[in-house]
Design a binder for this molecule. Structure first.
Ligand code: ADP
Length: 377
C-alpha cells in the first residue's frame, strides 16, 4: 500500500505545523501550503489523496479552494477546517464537494479520526473504481470474444444456405426448400442477436458524448428513413414523416441518433398490422426537441411497458411474439438517448398502436441563433 498523501492548506503557520506533526507520526506524507493559490498549484503538480483546507483565508476562501480542487479531480477527498462551524458554512462547503469538516479548535485525536475516515473513503473509492473497470473490461472482452467466435461460423453457414437456396448445389424439392428457408430465418435471428449484443457491449456512452454537436433534426430523420426505404412495403405499410418547420438544431451524434430512430421505425413496422401506418413527427419543446414515432400496430399492454426497455425483453403478445426480434433494440436505443442527456418514453393502447417519443436537448446557446442555423450541413 502506498503512503497516503495529505495536503494542508492554511494561512496560519502554527495550524499547518501542528497538523503536519500529528499526521506524520501516523506515517502520512504531509505537504503544506500557506494559501489557496499555492495549494491548488500543488494539487495540479502532485495530487494528494486528501486536502485539509482552512475555511477563512485572506487570499481565497476555503469554499472556493475546495470547489476548484473538486473541479480538478473529484476523487480527492477535501476536508474543511473551520473556526465558524455554522450550519450555513458547513452546507456551503459540502455543496462544493467537501467530504467532511473539522471545527476549530480540535485535538490531535479529532484530527486523526476525520483524516483517517477521509483516507479510508479514498481507498474504498479507488478499490471500487478499479473493480468496476476490471469488471467492465472483462465483460467487454468476453462478449467480443464470444460474438466473434460465434459470428464467423454462423456467417459461413449462412452462405451455404444461400448457395443451396440458389439451386447452385442442385435442384431442391419444395419440402427441402421450405425447411432450408426456415433454417435460414432462424439463423438470421441468431446473427441479428449477436450483432445487437456486440453493438450493446461496444457502445460507450462517453464516445457518444464526445461526438455531440448541433445537427438538424430533419437530416437525422431523413437518414433514418432512407435506411428503411423498403421496410414494410411487402405488407402494405406506409412510412411518412411530418416535421414542423423552424425546429431548432439538436445537440446530438448523427450516427447514433439515426440508429435510434431507425430502430423505432423498424419496430413500428415490425409490430404493425398489414396495411398499417407509421408516422414520424418532430416538435419544438423549447429546451428540447421531441421526435415521435407513431404506429397503428398491435400496441403494448400497460403492464409490459416498464419492461420493454430491458435487455432481452420481448413482449408477451402472441402477434408480437411471432415477429422477428432480439429484445435488445430498445435497450440500445435507451442507452444512446441517455448518453445524449435525453429521454425515451412510450404511450400505447393495446390493439390500436404505440407512440415512442425521444426528447433530445436543443443545441445550447441562443436558441434563436440555433433556429437561424437550421440549414446546418
Ligand atoms: P425486439 O423488437 O428485437 O424484440 P425491442 O427492444 O426493440 O426488441 O422491443 C422490445 C419489445 O417491445 C418487443 O419485443 C415488442 O414486444 C415491444 N415493442 C417494441 N416496439 C413496439 C411497437 N412499436 N409496437 C408494439 N410493441 C413494440
Amino acid at each position: 500500500m502506498t503512503t497516503p498523501k495529505v495536503l494542508v492548506i492554511d494561512d496560519e503557520e502554527i495550524a499547518r505545523i501542528s497538523c503536519q506533526r500529528v499526521l506524520k507520526r501516523e506515517g502520512i506524507e504531509v505537504r503544506l501550503a500557506a494559501g489557496g493559490r499555492e495549494g491548488l498549484e500543488m494539487v495540479v503538480k502532485n495530487p494528494p489523496d486528501l486536502a485539509l483546507v482552512d475555511l477563512k483565508m485572506p487570499e481565497m476562501d476555503g469554499v472556493e479552494v475546495v470547489r476548484r480542487i473538486q473541479a480538478h479531480d473529484p476523487n480527492i477527498v477535501s476536508i474543511i477546517i473551520t473556526g465558524y462551524a455554522t450550519i450555513e458554512s458547513a452546507v456551503a462547503v459540502m455543496k462544493q464537494g467537501a467530504y467532511d469538516y473539522l471545527p476549530k479548535p480540535f485535538t490531535p485525536d479529532e484530527l486523526l479520526i476525520v483524516v483517517k475516515r477521509g483516507l479510508e473513503k479514498r481507498r474504498l473509492d479507488r478499490e471500487s473504481r478499479a473493480l468496476r473497470e476490471e469488471k467492465e473490461a472483462m465483460e467487454r472482452n468476453f462478449v467480443t470474444m464470444v460474438t466473434h467466435q460465434l459470428r464467423s461460423p454462423l456467417s459461413a453457414i449462412m452462405q451455404y444456405f444461400e448457395v443451396m437456396l440458389g439451386n447452385i448445389g442442385g435442384e431442391l424439392t419444395d419440402n427441402q426448400r421450405e425447411m432450408l428457408e426456415r433454417a435460414q430465418q432462424r439463423l438470421q435471428g441468431l446473427l441479428d442477436l449477436i450483432n445487437d449484443w456486440l453493438d450493446m457491449s461496444r457502445m460507450q456512452p462517453g464516445d457518444i458524448v464526445s461526438r455531440l454537436r448541433p445537427i438538424a433534426v430533419a437530416e437525422c430523420v431523413e437518414a433514418a428513413l432512407a435506411a428503411l426505404e423498403h421496410a414494410g412495403r411487402d405488407r402494405g405499410i406506409t412510412v411518412s414523416s411530418e416535421l414542423t418547420p423552424n425546429l431548432p438544431p439538436i445537440h446530438a451524434d448523427l450516427q447514433s441518433l439515426k440508429e435510434v430512430l431507425a430502430n423505432l421505425v423498424a419496430n413500428a413496422v415490425n409490430y404493425n398490422r398489414d396495411g398499417g401506418q407509421v408516422r414520424v413527427r418532430a416538435r419544438d419543446l423549447g429546451q428540447q426537441v421531441a421526435i415521435d414515432v407513431e404506429d397503428t400496430g398491435y400496441g403494448i399492454d400497460a403492464k409490459e411497458i416498464p419492461f420493454i426497455f430491458d435487455q432481452f425483453y420481448r413482449g408477451k403478445d402472441k402477434d408480437a411474439r411471432r415477429r422477428p426480434g432480439t429484445g435488445l433494440g430498445l435497450a440500445i436505443a435507451q442507452k444512446i438517448v441517455r448518453a445524449h442527456g435525453g429521454t425515451i418514453s412510450v404511450s400505447s393502447e393495446l390493439g390500436r398502436g404505440s407512440t415512442f417519443t425521444v426528447e433530445i436537448p436543443a443545441a445550447s446557446g441562443d436558441v434563436k441563433a440555433g433556429r437561424d442555423a437550421q440549414a446546418l450541413p
